[in-house]
Design a protein around this ligand. Structure first.
Ligand SMILES: [Zn+2]
Length: 180
C-alpha cells in the first residue's frame, strides 16, 4: 500500500496520483477525460491533466458557468486550465465509446457506453449505486436530482441499454480491480 493510502470500509482509498500510478500513468499523460457531469467531486483533479481533452455535455457546461444557487456543487475554476470539448446529446466519441445524454441528477449529465466483448458496459451519468437498479421493477431515480422525472427516465433508459451496469457511486466499483 503506498504511503498516505487510507484503508476504510474494507478497501483502499488513493489520492488521484496514487490511483493513476497503479496503472503506470501520470496525470499529464492522460489524453482524454469524459465527464459524466461537473459536480466538484468529479472534476477537481482535471487541472493536473494538462494534456487532456475534456468531453462534457453542452448543457452541463452552460449550467456550470451560471449555476443555480440550489445546486452548490459547481466550483467555478475547475476547468480553467483544460481544453473543454462540448458534446450535444447522444454522440459517438471514439471507436467503441459513446456518450448517452442522461439528465436529471444534473442538467446535462451523460452516461458513458463502452462496447466490450461481454456487451455494452455503461457508466451511469448520475450519482447512484446498485440499489438504484433492483433485479425486478423499474430503476430508481438518483436520490440527488435537479429534475426527478428526468432522473427517473434516465435511470430506465440506462437499465434498458446496459449489459453491464456500472453505477457511479457504488462502493463495489471502488473495490474492483477490473470490470468484467
Ligand atoms: Zn453528482
Amino acid at each position: 500500500m503506498p504511503d498516505g493510502t487510507v484503508e476504510k470500509c474494507g478497501f483502499e482509498i488513493f489520492e488521484f496520483e496514487e490511483a493513476l500510478a497503479t496503472v503506470n500513468l501520470k496525470p499529464q499523460e492522460i489524453d482524454v477525460i469524459i465527464h459524466t457531469h461537473l459536480h466538484n467531486d468529479h472534476c477537481e483533479n482535471d487541472y493536473k491533466c494538462t494534456g487532456a481533452d475534456v468531453y462534457v455535455q453542452k448543457a452541463e457546461v452552460e449550467f456550470f458557468k451560471k449555476p443555480h444557487p440550489i445546486d452548490h456543487r459547481y466550483y467555478s475554476d475547475v476547468l480553467d486550465d483544460v481544453n473543454v470539448i462540448e458534446v450535444d446529446g447522444d454522440a459517438n466519441i471514439f471507436d467503441g465509446i459513446d456518450v448517452i445524454f442522461t439528465p436529471g441528477h444534473t442538467v446535462g449529465g451523460q452516461s458513458i457506453l463502452i462496447n466490450t466483448s461481454n456487451g455494452k458496459a455503461i457508466i451511469t451519468g448520475f450519482c447512484c449505486n446498485e440499489k438504484n437498479f433492483p433485479a425486478t421493477g423499474p430503476a430508481v431515480a438518483s436520490g440527488v436530482h435537479i429534475n426527478v422525472m428526468e432522473a427517473y427516465d434516465s435511470a430506465q433508459k440506462i437499465k434498458a441499454m446496459a449489459d453491464i451496469l456500472i453505477p457511479l457511486h457504488d462502493l463495489s466499483i471502488g473495490r474492483a480491480k477490473s470490470i468484467p
